[in-house]
Design a protein around this ligand. Structure first.
Ligand code: SF4
Length: 314
């Protein structure tokens, strides 16, 4: 492929210039991969001056799908060809249970009946007042009992706690995280967030901003949350001719939404990454010290430029 035949990929999420304007974080959604580019190279990419790049630079951009051939139909490749085996094999919890009203006995009975190792527990955090507090306390008690039961370790179970929350559930969730950490339970489960369909609704950007706060706290506590999205295991946009998903640069990691989901959702059916992927990139850079060490940035620079607030204020 000659240099004149290249262009920038459509499937990129790019941070503002970081570390005194020296670097950009570039996330290829076609590969679900983060690359730090120095600002001069990023400038050439945007300007399309591939002739001014060195051979190793070009090779890196092409290998990482940051630069692609002008003739390439990227959407067709995304829809038809590039489902990686890893993404297709991504294990989703096969058993979903409601935390509310569940007993440890029922948990292990369901688990045995379904014969799965991965279980997702749904915890609803919405509303406030005594009833909501009691509900949370009961669910926590049950969570303790499940994780501390010898069967949990013996059966090598993996537990995902899906916290569905509304605007009023935010303080409860933050409290829950601290509690799980203090009790040594946080390391034994994976915590995820989803907006609740009941209660006081949050707008999509509000939810996404709160999710960043949670991810950041989990990272500070050493919980290693999944900050960057993986390739979507399934693409639902392929059969839909008329949704905005077909032109969306997040399609490979989001998977898209059906026309029906577009029609029935309040706002858009887009996941939170639509609103917070740039902040997630910053958190990832901050967490992965290998990246920042390779860029020779100081600890102070790292902190200053990877605060989610720093991005919001740009
Ligand atoms: S659902 Fe939203 S974020 Fe996902 S591909 Fe469609 S437009 Fe993009």
């Amino acid at each position: 492929m000659s240099r004149e035949e290249l262009r920038q990929s459509h499937y990129l999420v790019v941070s503002p210039a970081l570390f005194g304007g020296r670097f950009r974080a570039v996330f290829s959604t076609r590969r679900a991969e983060l690359t730090m580019l120095d600002e001069a190279l990023y400038g050439k990419l945007v300007a399309g001056t591939f002739a001014a790049m060195s051979v190793p630079e070009l090779a890196q951009l092409i290998a990482r799908r940051i630069a692609v051939s002008r003739d390439e139909d990227e959407l067709a490749r995304v829809l038809d060809l590039e489902r990686s085996e890893a993404a297709a094999a991504e294990a989703r919890p096969a058993l979903l249970l409601d935390a509310e009203g569940l007993s440890p006995k029922a948990f292990f009975a369901w688990r045995a009946r379904c014969g799965v190792r991965a279980v997702e527990l749904r915890l609803r955090l919405h509303g406030s007042g005594a009833a909501a507090e009691q509900r949370l306390a009961r669910s926590l008690q049950m969570l303790h009992a499940i994780i501390e039961d010898p069967q949990f370790a013996q059966q090598r179970l993996s537990l995902q706690l899906r916290c569905e929350l509304d605007a009023r559930g935010q303080p409860d969730l933050l409290q829950l995280i601290e509690h799980l950490d203090e009790q040594g339970l946080l390391a034994k489960l994976r915590l995820t967030l989803a907006p609740s369909r009941c209660g006081t609704a949050m707008s999509a950007p509000e939810f996404a901003a709160f999710e960043v706060t949670v991810l950041r706290r989990l990272a500070e506590l050493g919980h290693k949350p999944a900050l960057l999205p993986a390739l979507a295991a399934h693409l639902v946009a392929s059969a839909e001719a008329d949704t905005p998903c077909r032109s969306c640069h997040l399609l490979p990691v989001c998977g898209g939404a059906t026309a029906e989901q577009w029609e029935n959702s309040r706002g858009t059916p887009c996941p939170s990454i639509r609103h917070n992927l740039e902040q997630r990139l910053l958190l990832q850079i901050r967490e992965d010290r290998r990246i920042t060490r390779s860029l020779l940035v100081s600890e102070d620079e790292l902190l200053e430029h990877t605060q989610p607030a720093a991005l919001h204020s740009r």
